[in-house]
Design a protein around this ligand. Structure first.
Ligand SMILES: O=C(O)C(=O)C[C@]1(C(=O)O)C=C[C@@H](O)C=C1
Length: 99
């Protein structure tokens, strides 16, 4: 038989997760709006899509923030690299007139 207290706690935790996931989606959407503008600026001024030095600085910053927040810094770096790869792809599409 299902423990009703455990079920109630699970539902409550899932409600918190739902809110956090919604916030993450909205924050990601805002981040991509900003990077779309960066992509247009870079294309207009013939600047390279990627900026490895900026990425290095941001990874160091995010790893430190993750450590403070008790989040695995390796995961924070993986997340950043995953997002940046998509951003660079968007920048290249903008420069090629495909976006
Ligand atoms: O800051 C930039 O120049 C960007 O293009 C944004 C961004 C990022 O998404 O954080 C993406 C690609 C660059 O390599 C570095 C950073």
């Amino acid at each position: 038989m299902v423990d009703t207290e455990a079920t109630a706690e699970l539902l409550s935790l899932r409600s918190t997760i739902d809110n956090i996931d919604a916030a993450l989606i909205h924050m990601l959407a805002e981040r991509f709006k900003a990077t779309q503008q960066v992509g247009r600026l870079k294309a207009e001024h013939d600047l390279p899509a990627a900026d490895p030095e900026r990425e290095k600085r941001q990874i160091a910053r995010l790893r430190a923030l993750a450590e403070d927040a008790h989040l695995d810094p390796a995961f924070a770096e993986k997340w950043f690299n995953f997002v940046v790869a998509e951003v660079i792809h968007h920048h290249e599409q903008i420069a090629a007139g495909e976006r």
